[in-house]
Design a protein around this ligand. Sequence first.
Ligand code: ADP
Ligand code: MG
Length: 247
Amino acid sequence: MNSDIVLRVENLWKSFGSQTVLRGVSFTVRRGEVKVIIGPSGSGKSTLLRCINLLVRPDRGRIELEGIEVYPRPAMKINKIRERIGFVFQQFNLFMHLTALDNVRIGLVKVKKLPPEEATRRAVEALKMVGITEDLWHKYPAQLSGGQQQRVAIARAIAMEPSIILMDEPTSALDPELVGEVLKVIEELARRRTTMLIVTHELDFALEAADEIMVLDQGVIVERGSPEEILRNPKHERTRRFIERIA
Ligand code: ADP
Ligand code: MG
């Protein structure tokens, strides 16, 4: 067993009713690695991330987080597992009744049980890292742009210092002019070797930031490789057409 492996997914299967959405998905993510998943709508990308976070229960296979089994027989409490897996959603999912600062602080206080000042210090540090300036700390999500909200959501994830951060199309709900500011933050996290598994259609970003791209199609990883290999020389006809469509 390699202790460098943060996430190991083995032969993961998931059906909803008669529809099989994941058909034996296997991969690993090492510490400091950034893996990007691309694939057509409905190919099972969100389901895969949700299975890893145990928001959806897989049917079969095995998931390990830092060598500890989390599925099928979790060797730690579900809350502890979720604490170690950051999640950034397409729709930000901020607490609308909390300020930007409190959105980042709340997990540090309630889950990590940090003393209030320490929580504030770490929240501020995370907000600064994603470029949210002091004038925005006490604003509510509704008073922020989509790009600012998603950067707060990213700050909330990194402040918890998880083992890995999963991102599900983090820029696809944003107005086009706001996509860049969020991608810049994620690229900076990648430069700092934050371990991440990111579903995205932003191919220029993937080329810049990913160590590996995996292509999911109808619940199967049909190819994987370096961004250059996958984006410049895809082996599968369906991958090539998909890439042409989103490029
Ligand atoms: P992607 O993120 O690649 O677009 P999803 O994982 O969201 O794909 O969905 C894959 C398929 O699984 C879709 O056909 C979707 O309708 C179905 N699906 C996803 N979640 C559920 C659910 N909770 N119940 C029933 N079907 C679902
Ligand atoms: Mg999805």
